[in-house]
Design a protein around this ligand. Structure first.
Ligand code: PBG
Length: 324
């Protein structure tokens, strides 16, 4: 025994204190971005059936939610709107008094220091549920760009601190950057959904946002999950067009992509821990099959270890509680 040669890795695992001293990856409250779904109407706080703990909120109940978020030490939220009115060109996405614009203005009025990110897309606002304008069953790229730029400008006018375009048309970052600059918003950063896969993990979100496509799927604009090099090309073009942050979405099945985009770009990378990833953990933990807290913290740690600087997650409030 005494002349066996080996390394004693367990020396550094002996106590909580030593383990903490050598821990390589940490989750901080300022890493967390909390998604919020706002709806028209009054007195509405409806739980999304496939996302326990996630609610549709009308504006009169929004302040309460934001106060809680702020008191937990979360520094940023991303706003998704579920409008009453939908049409073929998504008019309520860029209406001055659209639900998202009203929500942003209200939040900024009460909490100037909270960073408010606006998701910029059309699918919640179009009656066909696609992220772009449609002609003969085809999703048109270039005619959509102008509408996205209008949406982004209206969100910035309402007080959005960051614009997060999620729609995956080519050139959307260039169009939005140009629109923002022309309107005097040169200081408003773009957090681009640069690498967004056509994923089965968005199912619960589409229930929550009422944004399922009425025909076909999103595979002509969102990426094929099989592709890695294409992710780098997407990241490169968004950077050239003026993106300030790069989102990789979903997160868990794409940790390799998070690492590559981070190393390749050197830009701030955001992991989107999407709805299906949330619902799976919720379902299993509500059944008592896994421990929710330990599972969530392990998963979020893996995203940070993979290279994510920030994480958009429906667990943000829970995590903020657990780590404080
Ligand atoms: C589309 C959009 C999607 C999500 C956010 N914005 C996905 C989609 O329907 O293609 C998904 C977020 C989630 O699943 O949590 N604009």
């Amino acid at each position: 025994m005494s002349n066996l040669q080996f390394r004693r890795h367990r020396r550094l695992r002996q106590t909580p204190s030593i383990r903490a001293m050598v821990r390589e990856t940490h989750i901080h409250k300022e890493d967390l971005i909390y998604p919020i779904f706002v709806v028209e109407g009054e007195g509405i706080k409806n739980e999304v059936p496939s996302m326990p703990g996630v609610f549709h909120l009308s504006l009169d109940l929004l302040n309460e939610e934001i106060n809680e978020v702020v008191s937990l030490g979360i520094e940023s939220v991303i706003i998704f709107g579920v409008p009453n009115h939908k049409d073929d060109v998504g008019t309520s996405a860029y209406h001055d008094h659209g639900i998202v614009q009203k929500a942003i203005a209200q939040i900024k009025e009460n909490h100037q220091q909270l960073t408010v990110i606006a998701d910029t897309c059309l699918c919640q606002f179009t009656d066909h549920g696609h992220c772009g304008v449609i002609e003969d069953g085809e999703i048109l790229n270039d005619p959509t760009l102008n509408l996205l730029a209008r949406t982004a400008v209206s969100q910035a006018q309402a007080g959005a601190d960051i614009i997060a375009p999620s729609n995956m048309m080519d050139g959307f970052v260039a169009a939005i950057r140009h629109g923002l600059d022309e309107a005097g918003f040169t200081h408003v950063p773009i957090m681009s959904y640069a690498v967004k896969y056509a994923s089965a993990f968005y199912g619960p979100f589409r229930d929550a946002a009422h944004s399922s496509p009425k025909f076909g799927d999103r595979k002509t604009y969102q990426m094929d999950p099989a592709n890695r090099l294409e992710a780098l090309r997407e990241a490169d073009s968004d950077i050239e067009e003026g993106a300030d942050f790069l989102i990789v979405k979903p997160a868990l099945s794409y940790l390799d992509i998070i690492r590559e985009v981070k190393d390749h770009s050197g830009y701030p990378v955001v992991a989107y821990n999407v709805s299906g990833e949330y619902s799976m953990i919720k379902a299993a933990s509500l059944n008592g099959w896994i421990d929710e807290k330990d599972t969530v913290l392990e998963k979020l740690t893996s995203m940070k270890r993979a290279g994510a600087d920030l994480i958009i997650t429906y667990f943000a409030k829970d995590v903020a509680r657990w780590i404080s």
